[in-house]
Design a protein around this ligand. Structure first.
Ligand code: HEC
Ligand code: HEC
Length: 335
């Protein structure tokens, strides 16, 4: 109920902004008034740290049995995910939850579905220690990496105190900050290129705002900036069945009753490439996910055409990585 009320207030505030924008002289409903913002195209990061971080991101020595790197579950040629409902860690250990993409994770206000860590630096230590992911420890990882003279030298050059866990975390997170995907067609539209999206896709965006999806999925990442209950308008979990500990969401962090089934609202950037959806990986297609959102987050029904147009809009959120459209990288990698 609590998040329901705040959501209503929030939507009210959005509507107020929209009407204020409408009375601007010259009818200039400026792009800056849109609830979704384009991803900045410029990054200022130390290229040497980025290169080190990229190496670490792909380094299997970060797992106990040297079988998994970060990239094993966050495949950069496949939307930054593993494509499974829930991840599989070392020794085939089945994890409790769906792997979100690492693309644009730098834009999230917190990391993980339950927001249990605040920064990417802190996040990087998580999978290394998680027995169902990489199952290792800093002692193990640092002892393996310290036998690699070239890597040790690289650390020494970039960090006064050399190879240390905090510098591994810094390198990985610096690399992760490069994993933003600017220049989506929708961003081009926001920057003034009216032909960047079709009339159906634009209609989808209007519906996304009109129905209130934008109350939760907004900002630069089209999400990633607030917590919300999954099942505001109905008990999603009772209908799905087979409750898991992960379903408790933020409650697992705070032990606060009001946080049961509360999750970080995920970013919808590149969402066309990140199936299956939700923390439980239960929605196989974008159409399925949108239908669930209508039912449980909005408590509304919509025509098939409205839902289809919203999906068309969501497909315009696919951006570029290293100057290449993310879906093209995916097609090339699949060959
Ligand atoms: C075994 C598969 C696996 C491996 C290996 C793995 N991850 Fe993840 N990653 C996941 C899963 C599953 C989650 C979601 C966990 C949760 O929310 O509780 C996740 C979450 C994340 C997030 C948070 C994204 C968000 O939107 O909240 C980031 C960032 C991330 N991983 C980066 C990394 C890095 C860096 C490494 C290597 C040090 C790594 N991952 C290794 C499966 C994996
Ligand atoms: C009250 C807030 C709220 C509203 C309104 C809302 N969503 Fe969501 N959305 C969420 C939350 C929270 C999740 C994550 C649920 C989970 O997996 O636990 C989510 C997940 C999603 C996902 C899956 C993303 C992924 O990577 O798994 C899609 C797609 C999505 N929403 C689209 C929409 C659309 C389209 C609308 C409007 C029809 C909408 N949402 C309305 C809060 C909201």
């Amino acid at each position: 109920m609590r998040s329901n009320t705040s959501l209503r207030n929030f939507t009210g505030a959005l509507l107020l902004c929209a009407s204020a924008a409408a009375v601007l002289p010259g009818g200039a409903a400026a792009q800056s008034d849109e609830p979704i913002k384009p991803i900045p195209t410029e990054l200022k990061l130390d290229p040497k740290k980025v290169a080190l971080g990229e190496k670490l991101f792909n380094d299997k020595r970060l797992s106990r049995d040297n079988t998994l790197s970060c990239a094993s579950c966050h495949n950069l040629s496949a939307g930054g995910i593993d494509g499974m409902a829930s991840s599989v860690g070392i020794g085939g250990a089945k994890g409790p939850i769906n792997a979100p993409t690492v693309f644009n994770s730098a834009l999230n206000f917190r990391q993980f579905w339950d927001g249990r860590v605040n920064s990417l630096e802190e996040q990087a230590a998580g999978p290394i220690h998680d027995p169902k992911e990489m199952g290792s420890s800093w002692v193990e990882v640092l002892s393996k990496l310290s036998q690699d003279a070239a890597l040790v030298a690289q650390f020494k050059e970039l960090y006064p105190d050399g190879l240390q866990s905090k510098n591994v975390q810094d390198g990985i997170s610096t690399f992760e900050r490069t994993l933003v995907t600017p220049n989506a067609r929708f961003d081009k539209y926001l920057r003034g290129d009216k032909n960047a999206i079709s009339s159906d896709e634009l209609k989808g965006y209007e519906l996304f705002k009109k129905y209130g999806c934008v109350a939760c999925h907004q900002g630069v990442a089209v999400g990633g900036n607030m917590f919300q209950t999954f099942g505001v308008m109905g008990d999603y979990f009772a209908q799905r069945g087979n409750p898991t500990a992960a379903d408790m969401g933020r409650y697992n962090v705070t032990k606060n009753e009001a946080d049961k089934h509360v999750f970080k609202v995920p970013s919808l950037r590149n969402v066309a490439l990140t199936a299956p959806y939700f923390h439980d990986g239960s929605a196989k297609t974008l159409n399925d996910a949108v239908a669930v959102m209508f039912k449980y987050q909005l408590g509304r029904t919509a025509s098939q055409q409205d839902k289809d147009q919203i999906v068309m809009f969501l497909r315009t959120l696919t951006g570029e990585y290293k100057g290449q459209p993310l879906d093209r990288i995916q097609r090339t990698a699949a060959k």
